[in-house]
Design a binder for this molecule. Structure first.
Ligand code: ATP
Ligand code: MG
Length: 479
C-alpha cells in the first residue's frame, strides 16, 4: 500500500513538473491554449491523486532555527510506530545507557489514527544542485536540503489530520519530553563561519544548600528565581519579555560558576554557555539566541576578559593591553567601524533588544571579576536586574562549608577560624581546598581544621609582611 501511495505522490510530482514545463512554453504557443492547459493541470492532479502530502522539514522555512515540529514527529514516531519499520538507527541518548532507536533515512512507517491511515517517511538530506547550478537560497543557506518527514494521507482525512492528528502528535511529544527531560549544557562552536550549539547532559553537583554565602543574600536570590519562574502572567500583564538578568561579580573562587549550577538545579533549566569570541558577528549572535530553548540560563562568563579580547581583535593587541591597564571601562567597540564583528550594541540587543522577546523564561547571567571595568550600559538595572556580589568567606559562610564538607556544625577551633577569617580575605575555593580529604586516608575533621588554622596563620603572616610598615603609612597620610 505504501508503494502505491508513493506512486501517487510521484504522479503528483510528475504532473507538477509537466505544469512547470508548460508554463515555460515559447510565447508563440497560443495564449488561450496555454491558459486552458495550465488550469487543467492542477485539476487533473487533484482528480487522479486521492492523497495529500505534508512535509515537515528539519529547519524552518527561513532556515534561521530548527523546526521543532520535526523533533515532535521524531519523538512521536519513536514512541508509537517503530515496531513495523525494518530499517532503524541506534544511538546512545543523553541519559546513561539510554538506547535511542529511531527511523533510518528513507524508511517509512504506517500509523493508524481514528480509523485513518497515515504514511510517514523520513527523507534524507539532498543536494540542491540541479544541472550544475545551485538553486538560489537565503543568505547563510547551505547547498543541502535539510532532512524532512513526509506525511501522506487520504484527502478525505485532511480535516482529521490538521485538526486532530497533528495536534495530538504535538501533545504527545510535549508529554514525552516533560517525562524524560534531561537537563543539558550547551556551548557554541563555529563551523564554516556558522555558529552552532552542541550539548552534553548536565547534572551540576552544586545546590544552593551547599553554596557558602551570606544567608539572607542566598534566600533573596532563591526567592527571586522562584518568583521569576512563576511570573508568566505578571510579565505579560506589564508587557515585559519573560526574562531576567543576573550579574555575578566578585574575586576568583568565590562561587560565581558554582551558583550558575545551583540556579540550573533549582529551576531545572538548561544552561547555554556562550563563547562570544568564537562568534563572527551580531547576526550569528542573534541566530544562536533564536536557537536557544525556553527555560534556560544563558551565561557569558568573565565578560570583562571577553571585552578585552574583543578589543584586542579590533584595535591591535597593544591597544587592548594598554586599555586593560589604564582604563576602568573597556568598551567592546563602536559598531560603525566594526561591521562583521560582535559589538556592544549587538550584545545589548541580544540581552534586551527586540529579539530578546522572542523566547520566554530565559535568564541571562554575566560573571565578572572586575565589575568596575564593564561598560555601565551593559549592566544597568533592567538589563542585569540583579547584581550579586560573591565575596570572601567569613565565619557564617565557613560554617556552611564545614557542614557540607565535614558534616560538623561546631568545633573547638571554630572560634579561632572565625577570627582569622575576619582578618584575612579568603575565598570559599581556598577554604574548600583545605576541607577536602587528602591522599588515601580520609582526614578527620580535627586534622582538617588544624590544617586550615595553620594555612590561615601563614596567610596572615604573609599579608602582614607584604603590607607597608605602619610608620611609612602614617607618613604617607600626613603628606
Ligand atoms: N561560595 C561557595 N560555596 C561553596 N563552594 C565554593 C564557593 N565558592 C567556591 N567554591 C568552591 O570553589 C570551586 C571554584 O569556585 P567557582 O568556580 O564557582 O568560582 P568562580 O567565582 O566562578 O571563580 P572564577 O572567577 O575564577 O571563575 C568550586 O568548585 C567550589 O567547590
Ligand atoms: Mg567561574
Amino acid at each position: 500500500m505504501a508503494l502505491s501511495v508513493d506512486k501517487w505522490v510521484g504522479f503528483g510530482s510528475a504532473m507538477a513538473g509537466f505544469g512547470l514545463l508548460w508554463s515555460r512554453m515559447p510565447e508563440h504557443v497560443h495564449d488561450e491554449a496555454r491558459y486552458i492547459i495550465s488550469s487543467l493541470v492542477p485539476m487533473l492532479m487533484s482528480y487522479f491523486n486521492p492523497y495529500q502530502q505534508i512535509s515537515i522539514s528539519e529547519l524552518d522555512a527561513e532556515r534561521f532555527r530548527r523546526n521543532e515540529m520535526f523533533d515532535a514527529v521524531s519523538i512521536y514516531l519513536r514512541s508509537t510506530c517503530l515496531d513495523v519499520a525494518s530499517k532503524l538507527k541506534a544511538e546512545l541518548g543523553n541519559k546513561k545507557d539510554d538506547l535511542l532507536i529511531s527511523l533510518d533515512d528513507n524508511q517509512g512507517v504506517v500509523d493508524n489514527f481514528d480509523g485513518a491511515r497515515m504514511w510517514w517517511r523520513l527523507c534524507p538530506k539532498s543536494s540542491k544542485k540541479r544541472g550544475g547550478t545551485i538553486i538560489s537560497l537565503l543568505p547563510g543557506d547551505s547547498d543541502e536540503q535539510p532532512r524532512c518527514y513526509r506525511l501522506v494521507f487520504h484527502k478525505r482525512h485532511r480535516k482529521l489530520v490538521l485538526d486532530s492528528y497533528l495536534p495530538s502528535v504535538i501533545r504527545q511529544w510535549r508529554e514525552l519530553i516533560a517525562k524524560n527531560r534531561q537537563r543539558l549544557l550547551f556551548t557554541n562552536y563555529s563551523r564554516e563561519g556558522k555558529s552552532h550549539w552542541i550539548n552534553v547532559p548536565y547534572n551540576p553537583p552544586a545546590t544552593f544548600d551547599m553554596l557558602a554565602m551570606d544567608h539572607s543574600k542566598k534566600d533573596e536570590v532563591m526567592e527571586d528565581l522562584k518568583a521569576f519562574s512563576k511570573a508568566k502572567e505578571y510579565h505579560s500583564k506589564v508587557g515585559k519579555a519573560w526574562k531576567r538578568g543576573y550579574l555575578l561579580h566578585g574575586p576568583p573562587g568565590t562561587g560565581k560558576s558554582t551558583m550558575i549550577g545551583a540556579m540550573a538545579n533549582l529551576l531545572d533549566y538548561d544552561v547555554y554557555d556562550l563563547d562570544l569570541t568564537s562568534i563572527k558577528d551580531n547576526a550569528e549572535l542573534r541566530k544562536l539566541f533564536l536557537d536557544t530553548r525556553d527555560k534556560s540560563i544563558i551565561v557569558i562568563e568573565e565578560i570583562d576578559a571577553i571585552e578585552v579580547e574583543l578589543t584586542a581583535k579590533r584595535h591591535g593587541k597593544e591597544a587592548a593591553e594598554e586599555n586593560s591597564d589604564k582604563h576602568l571601562v573597556i568598551k567592546l567597540s563602536d559598531n560603525n567601524k566594526d561591521n562583521g564583528k560582535v559589538t556592544l550594541s549587538g550584545l545589548l540587543s541580544f540581552v534586551d533588544g527586540l529579539w530578546s522577546a522572542c523566547g520566554s523564561e530565559r535568564i541571562f547571567v554575566f560573571t565578572t571579576n572586575h565589575v568596575d571595568r564593564l561598560d555601565p550600559t551593559l549592566i544597568r538595572r533592567g538589563r542585569m536586574d540583579r547584581h550579586i556580589e560573591m565575596s570572601y568567606c567569613r565565619f557564617e559562610a565557613f560554617k556552611m562549608l564545614a557542614k557540607s564538607y565535614l558534616d560538623i556544625t561546631n568545633h573547638s577551633l571554630f572560634g579561632e577560624i572565625g577570627q582569622l577569617l575576619d582578618e584575612i580575605d579568603t575565598t570559599p575555593a581556598d577554604l574548600a581546598d583545605n576541607l577536602m580529604p587528602r591522599g588515601k586516608r580520609r582526614r578527620e575533621a580535627d586534622d582538617c581544621l588544624a590544617g586550615l588554622v595553620e594555612t590561615l596563620e601563614k596567610n596572615k603572616a604573609k599579608m602582614k609582611s607584604a603590607a607597608p610598615p605602619m610608620d611609612s603609612m602614617e607618613e604617607a597620610k600626613e603628606e
